[in-house]
Write a protein that binds this ligand. Structure first.
Ligand SMILES: NC(=O)c1ccc[n+]([C@@H]2O[C@H](COP(=O)([O-])OP(=O)(O)OC[C@H]3O[C@@H](n4cnc5c(N)ncnc54)[C@H](OP(=O)(O)O)[C@@H]3O)[C@@H](O)[C@H]2O)c1
Length: 262
């Protein structure tokens, strides 16, 4: 029986690059994204390279609270999954005073609330089935309060803290389910930055930028070695290591400088 993975945001960017790598390993894929046309186009693109691939997608809005129950019903009806990749997410750049409350709440709903709801829904199902892996995509923004991305960075700090703590709880309880946290640095070739209206914002990208393919490769290496946390890109790994020995005000000043619009 083929292994099965559910990837939120699987039809674009990091999710799409990871999908390609999982197809190489014989996974059957389930995608949930917003844009039905993009799901169809991305699926057709992958089928040209992997003609026998099994990829199904649903256009559902994870900001809607009922979406997770529909996803569970759909995927369990197909036999369940052994890999859940909570990758869907987005940012909106701007001062919190300038953004609408609704825009900020949508980020919280998709990046944090839906991720938590998906993990809670699939965890017992995976345990009952004998095991599984939950991969939660946070960000380098999870490490530092980030002006211009205040709510986005806060949602990613939630993802990182929640995922690392859940991982420890499951290990201590002897659960057959593992949790891995992924913190990508700026990714140069996904629509994320355009969608976030971040034109002219550096976000350390001049020296830490990575690509979706590199992030996917680092995720797979992390899965293979049973990592609890994966920071993608060698430059970002060094920067985060250095941050541990740097005064917090200096780190916050550097972050503010890098996230101001040039
Ligand atoms: N790119 C970066 O620099 C960067 C850095 C650190 C972390 N990350 C994180 O990496 C993840 C993937 O980002 P990416 O760079 O690959 O960007 P992306 O190409 O824009 O991918 C985001 C995916 O999430 C989906 N999505 C967004 N809102 C959704 C909603 N309400 N309901 C269902 N699906 C939704 C999108 O669906 P549609 O395409 O159909 O709209 C898309 O497939 C995100 O969690 C992001 O925060 C990105």
């Amino acid at each position: 029986m083929s292994r099965r993975a559910l990837i939120s945001g699987g039809s674009s960017g990091i999710g799409l690059a990871l999908s390609e790598r999982l197809l190489e390993r014989g996974y059957r894929l389930f995608w949930v994204s917003l844009d039905e046309g993009e799901i169809i186009r991305s699926r057709e693109g992958l089928l040209k390279r992997f003609p026998d691939a099994e990829i199904e997608g649903r256009a559902l809005d994870l900001a809607e609270t009922h979406s997770v129950a529909r996803i569970v019903q759909w995927v369990q009806g197909e036999g369940g999954i052994d890999l859940l990749v909570n990758n869907a997410g987005f940012g909106v750049y701007g001062s919190s005073r300038d953004l609408t409350v609704e825009a900020e709440q949508a980020m919280i709903d998709v990046n944090a609330r839906a991720l938590h709801a998906m993990a809670r829904a699939f965890l017992p199902l995976m345990e009952d089935a004998g095991g599984g892996l939950i991969v939660n995509v946070a960000s380098n923004s999870a490490y530092v309060p980030t002006p211009g991305l205040a709510v986005y960075a806060a949602t990613k700090a939630f993802v990182r803290h929640y995922s690392l703590a859940l991982s420890q709880e499951l290990r201590a309880a002897g659960s057959p389910v593992r949790v891995m946290t992924v913190c990508p640095s700026a990714v140069s070739d996904t629509p994320f930055k355009d969608r976030a209206a971040m034109d002219g914002v550096r976000t350390f990208s001049s020296f830490t930028a990575t690509t979706a393919a590199e992030v996917a490769s680092d995720i797979l290496k992390g899965i293979d070695r049973g990592a609890e946390e994966v920071i993608t890109g060698a430059a970002m790994r060094r920067a985060i290591w250095l941050m541990r020995f740097s005064p917090a005000p200096l780190v916050r000043w550097l972050t503010r400088r890098e996230t101001e619009r040039a």
